[in-house]
Design a protein around this ligand. Structure first.
Ligand code: ZN
Length: 477
């Protein structure tokens, strides 16, 4: 049996009676990959050879479950497209010119080596800022739809080397889209409707699921709800059921997408997802923002609310990527009132879940003109248990006996933190990833003193900067 580790004297966010609760001067014990005990110091013996971590001046919390991000291209879009105009008046109305034009252009310019280099840096930053479980969605291949699945494998291996727990979700689709000069969005089918890529993705998902001591899991990821044909979505559901793989799809990203599903299939987004069998407790919707003609979730039909709620589908909320362009989800409070499950993700950058927790709370309060919505405790729960439940993982997102030893220690012995009356308000409304001191994933320390142990940062950053020059020079708009 592996030596036990005792995290002593910390302020611990323990999972008790189905909710996160604060325990002062408490003890967390784990051995190997599993938590053995969370509770008050009970004087249990420290055997010779055990490890003792003094957590005075630290909050001891479950690792954050970051359920939506793109590690291979995010770093190359940073500083490039976030303040770009929407390229046309029509695009301005929909506020999504970068989605349909600039993002595909950047992705065209990124070679495989550059993808893997970026992913390594992204994974290191995710670990450094307290994400212990991530869902890596990569990107789809813009031309031909027959991207090389070997890139996905290399990227997953990098996540494992950094030490994260990762759901690798290679994307596939039946068609791609783009943005005509007048602002119109066009769709063009792939050869074979992307079926070769789909088979490659399924082979990867079934072949790699559970590797690396089960730190690596896989997920089916039909690219976007509007770039998959109904048969591809039905096949996705069949494969998911047969192999017990979760699903994540981008949906509710733009007004154009909603209009497209209406005109092509005569259905709303939720009706289309229900019709193709996607909805379910194993299904996550990335974004889930524009799900109605007016973008207000209060306008959902009763049958749509029932379909989302009763299927126990999880909506992954990605507040910052839209907020920085002036877009808001309206709102996570409304989803909550409907009884819809929700989780959080970073999508792009910063790859810091603390930023998205704060944005989730703030955007919701602005939209609802109220301060008593999206309380910190609830937002923290979305960022931990919400994601874990969406992935079907009762052993993640919680500090309790029997759960995986995915543990984050946050500094509170600072000017910024002291005094900590309410740890949840500190974590959601004040803290950021720089406050993370130590990160343990699957029982192994991967960040110590704020330093990522398994990546040589100066060397990785130098490689990334070199690749970025190459990528940037190749972008053709
Ligand atoms: Zn995304």
């Amino acid at each position: 049996m592996s030596a036990q580790t005792f995290i002593e004297h910390g302020t611990v966010i323990a999972w008790r009676g189905g909710r996160h609760e604060v325990l002062q001067d408490a003890l967390v014990v784990f051995a190997g990959q599993t938590i053995l005990y969370v509770g008050p110091e009970d004087g249990r013996p420290r055997e010779p050879g055990c490890v003792r971590i003094d957590a005075r001046g630290r909050l001891v919390m479950p690792g954050l479950v970051n359920t939506h991000l793109h590690a291979t291209d995010t770093l190359y879009t940073k500083g490039y497209l976030e303040e770009a105009s929407n390229l046309s008046s029509q695009a301005r109305e929909t506020n999504y010119g970068t989605l349909y034009k600039m993002l595909p252009a950047v992705r065209h310019a990124i070679d495989p080596q550059a993808q893997v280099l970026a992913a390594e840096c992204a994974f290191a930053e995710l670990a450094r800022t307290g994400s212990t479980t991530i869902v890596e969605l990569g990107y789809d291949y813009e031309v031909g739809g027959d991207g090389d699945i070997a890139i996905t494998a290399s990227v997953a291996e990098r996540a494992m080397q950094v030490g994260l727990r990762c759901y690798s979700a290679p994307r596939y689709r039946a068609m791609h889209y783009g943005h005509a000069p007048g602002g119109q969005v066009w769709y063009e089918p792939y050869r074979e409707n992307g079926r070769t890529r789909f088979r490659d993705c399924v082979d990867f998902c079934t072949g790699w699921n559970g590797r690396f001591d089960d730190r690596l899991r896989t997920m089916l990821a039909p690219g976007q709800i509007d770039t998959c044909d109904p048969e591809l979505l039905r096949q996705t559901r069949r494969v998911a059921d047969a192999h017990r793989l979760p699903i994540q799809v981008h949906a509710g990203q733009s007004p154009n997408e909603f209009a497209r599903l209406r005109s092509e299939y005569g259905m709303t987004t939720i009706e289309y997802m229900q019709d193709t069998g996607l909805l379910g407790p194993d299904c996550m919707i990335g974004h889930g923002q524009i799900m109605t003609a007016d973008g207000d979730l209060g306008s959902l039909g009763a049958h749509e609310v029932a379909a989302l709620r009763d299927s126990q589908t999880t909506v992954v909320h990605l507040p910052w990527v839209k907020a920085r362009r002036g877009g808001v989800i309206n709102s996570i409070h409304k989803y909550r009132e409907m009884g819809v499950r929700q989780s959080l993700g970073t999508d792009t950058f910063p790859l810091d879940m603390f930023n998205d927790m704060r944005m989730a709370a703030t955007v919701c309060r602005i939209v609802e003109h109220a301060v008593d919505v999206a309380p910190s405790h609830e937002v923290f729960t979305m960022a931990t248990v919400g994601g874990a439940d969406g992935l079907g993982r009762p052993d993640l997102g919680r500090l309790a006996a029997g759960c995986k030893a995915d543990i984050v220690l946050v500094r509170t012995d600072t000017f910024k933190a002291s005094p900590v009356y309410d740890p949840f308000k500190f974590l959601v409304l004040s803290a950021c990833g720089d406050d993370v001191d130590r990160v343990i994933v699957d029982g192994r320390t991967v960040v110590q003193g704020g330093v990522v142990l398994n990546v040589d940062m100066p060397a990785a950053v130098a490689r990334l900067n070199e690749a970025a020059l190459r990528v940037r020079s190749r972008i053709v708009l």
